[in-house]
Write a protein that binds this ligand. Structure first.
Ligand code: NAD
Length: 443
């Protein structure tokens, strides 16, 4: 099939590449000329495992091309995906200006029947707005479909190629059939393509992300209760997770969720509910718990250096010239995405308290530098960040941080203190080695 993808970010680029890989001819379009120039020159602007190789192969096979030319993208395609950003507006609701601008542009350049597929995460009812945006510029026939994306950054190719399910919201049988044909190669193992109405498809995406965010805030709250009671969240988590009704997924305490999806999608759903006179009490609490969670680790660090109890709130006093090593900056492993990363809140609190921060991340330093400039010392190696450090703070659970050489680390550090924001390490072993150890929800 002939496909265009409007918006060549994380979702658009992965979608376009994977659809090309399954034999379609795909045009990836973006208004950002720099991004398109980079892609044309063979440079992939984001870090996503496996993506660069797939792009190269499909470009070489002439199934994938990049352009800023909307007319070319629209005229050459039967199915046009909209995968532009939907950032939060001032009140938390999703800002649809990019989606609707793309809709109008598609309408302007239409030259025959098209299926316009909304892949961006958009509030319930946006399908109708996209239909109106396209129709405002054309009299030709088209259908609007909602096809929310569930990929995870860091595992995006696998998620797209082997989805748990494909959700299609369509009110036209013709469009639904085309979408089923398009996705057939990805569901050969029998995973379902779920056809539903457009509103339900739009809601499915928000409900899924809200559920996952709820699990994270729930376990973080349990961890905080454990810490105050003297219970150990790791034992509790295992005791819970073996119950098949609960399971282990998304049941790891940490430094709060971040990224470009959970924070904005939870906020947007709260706002959508409010507009329809529903008070989304659980979701508001999920958000509030997450905001608090990003400060749990800085509270522990400041408390430690001020000699306060682990459970005590931090004194407002400055930290002084302490050197703090930070491992992990991206909001999760295997991505360079720094959007809403908890590391930003944690590091800013340390900097405000007067600390010197030496940070390492396997791939996100370039993105992190845009945020912190020269306020943070970035190191190319995780051990280098430990030189003269008064403490190590582990923020993101990259695999390379899981089994470090603790003896070597102790030699490099000024003081052997670890704040383990992801409960990666065995606290008994570390204490035997002479470390002072703090975890999340551990005593
Ligand atoms: P992104 O910011 O990485 O990319 C969006 C791209 O759209 C940018 O390159 C931007 O230049 C381009 N763009 C904006 N307006 C345009 C226009 N009028 N015409 C052409 N291009 C335009 O965003 P993303 O992370 O890929 O997210 C896109 C959507 O997918 C969002 O709604 C997001 O919530 C959703 N989503 C994201 C993820 C994820 O993990 N990132 C997962 C599932 C769903």
């Amino acid at each position: 099939m002939k496909i265009s993808v409007i918006g060549t970010g994380y979702v658009g680029l992965v979608t376009g590449t994977c659809l090309a890989e399954s034999g379609n001819h795909v045009i990836c379009m973006d208004i950002d000329g720099n991004k398109i120039d980079l892609l044309k020159s063979g440079t992939v602007p984001i870090y996503e495992p496996g993506l660069e190789e797939l792009i190269k192969m499909n470009v070489a096979q002439k199934r994938l091309l990049f352009t800023t030319d909307m007319a070319l993208a629209v005229k050459s395609s039967d199915i046009i995906f909209i995968a532009v950003g939907t950032p939060p507006g001032e009140d938390g609701s999703a800002d649809l200006k990019h989606v609707l601008a793309a809709g109008r542009e598609i309408g302007k350049h239409m030259n025959g029947y098209k299926v316009v597929v909304n892949k961006s995460t958009v509030p319930v009812g946006t399908g109708e707005k996209v239909r109106a945006a396209v129709a405002s510029k054309t009299r030709l026939a088209f259908d609007v479909v909602s096809n929310p994306e569930f990929l995870k950054e860091g595992a995006a190719i696998d998620d797209f190629m082997k989805p748990d399910r494909v959700v299609i919201g369509a009110d036209s049988p013709r469009a639904a059939e085309l979408m089923k044909d398009l996705y057939a190669p990805f569901v050969r193992t029998g995973k379902p393509i779920l056809i539903m109405d457009i509103k339900s498809a739009e809601m499915t995406k928000y409900a899924s992300n809200a559920m996952l965010a709820t699990k994270i805030s729930f376990i973080n709250e349990m961890a905080n209760i454990c810490a105050s009671l003297g219970a150990d969240i790791d034992s509790v988590r295992k005791g819970m997770g073996h119950d098949r009704r609960i399971g282990f997924e998304f049941l790891f305490p940490g430094v709060g969720y971040g990224g470009s999806c959970f924070p904005k999608d939870v906020k947007a759903l709260v706002q959508t509910a409010k507009e329809h006179h529903v008070d989304a009490k659980v979701l508001k609490a999920v958000e509030a718990v997450n905001e608090r969670q990003k400060n749990v680790l800085p509270d522990l660090i400041l408390g430690h250096f001020h000699g306060a109890s682990k459970k005590a709130a931090p004194p407002g006093k400055p930290l002084g010239k302490k050197t703090i090593a930070v491992w992990g900056l991206s909001f999760k492993p295997r991505t360079d995405d720094m959007r809403e990363a908890p590391s930003v809140v944690i590091i800013n609190r340390l900097l405000r308290a007067g600390a010197i921060v030496q940070a390492h991340d396997p791939v996100a330093i370039g993105e992190a530098r845009k945020i912190f400039r020269n306020r943070v010392v970035f190191t190319t190696d995780c051990y280098e960040a430990l030189h003269g450090a008064d403490a190590l703070v582990v923020v993101t659970e990259w695999n390379e941080f899981r089994t470090p050489d603790f003896r070597k680390m102790k030699r490099l550090m000024h003081k052997p203190v670890i704040f383990d924001g992801r409960n990666l390490y065995n606290q008994e072993e570390l204490r035997k080695l002479g470390y002072t150890y703090y975890g999340m929800g551990r005593t």
